[in-house]
Design a binder for this molecule. Sequence first.
Ligand code: SF4
Length: 280
Amino acid sequence: MTGLHESVFSWITPRLRQLPWRDTRDPWLVLVSEVMLQQTGVQRVLPKWEAFVAEFPHPRECARAPLGDVLRLWQGLGYPRRARNLHEAAKSIVSAHDGLVPSTQEGLLGLPGVGPYTARAVLAFAFEADAAVVDTNIARVLARHHGRTLKAREAQLLADAWVPSGEAWLWNQALMDLGATVCRPRPACDECPVASSCAWRGEGDDPSVGSAGVSVAQPRFEGSDRQARGRLMKALSELPVSVAAVSLVMDRAPDVANRLVDDLTRDGLIVRDGDELRLP
Ligand code: SF4
């Protein structure tokens, strides 16, 4: 443990954001939170995570449910392929791992939809293993603190080297909160516990711009295919929709609506039943 670790731990102790997935080490509940947080902000995830884990407290319940039930609970989070992958992961956990979320990187990476980031997050946040995660907030802190734009591999190696042995859970949470509350796109360096060793400190060009893993502005939602798909998924979470009505429901020209319906069907997120579309 170095002075930098001690500074960060003293800073985070009274400030750690209270989030329900931080109160558990149940790997299934942690996995659900990580999949939800991949492309959706914390505030939108909070009520959805609560509802999801109340319905599916164990992968067994999720695996048994039809995909349509999983998609209904996902409604409002966007990017519903994540729900399909999580459903597939639940089935794999039950069939290949006796209902237990794997505790190794290799085992986790074998689950549908689980990539290196999510595998590391589950290792650190559920199993308290010495794994470093590099989310968008941590990527920003890393690039700025080291004073240079980082490639993905370099960012991961630096993050790995920073993890204090046996303290990965709190260390990763602390860096995430540091990036979310202090080292924000517009940083508050005066309030930062690592300012004395930071190579950037807000002077000159920001090294996090273009650095691996640092989020860039999302494409416009208004008028996007994502918005149109979301409208259809929302309508289907309540009732089947007639094929003739998809253009109206999606508020898009018929050729665009039909193309998006084809995409969703191919992805297994909706099914056609005669003249109607419904959730699987
Ligand atoms: S000193 Fe400023 S730029 Fe450096 S890590 Fe802290 S908040 Fe970020």
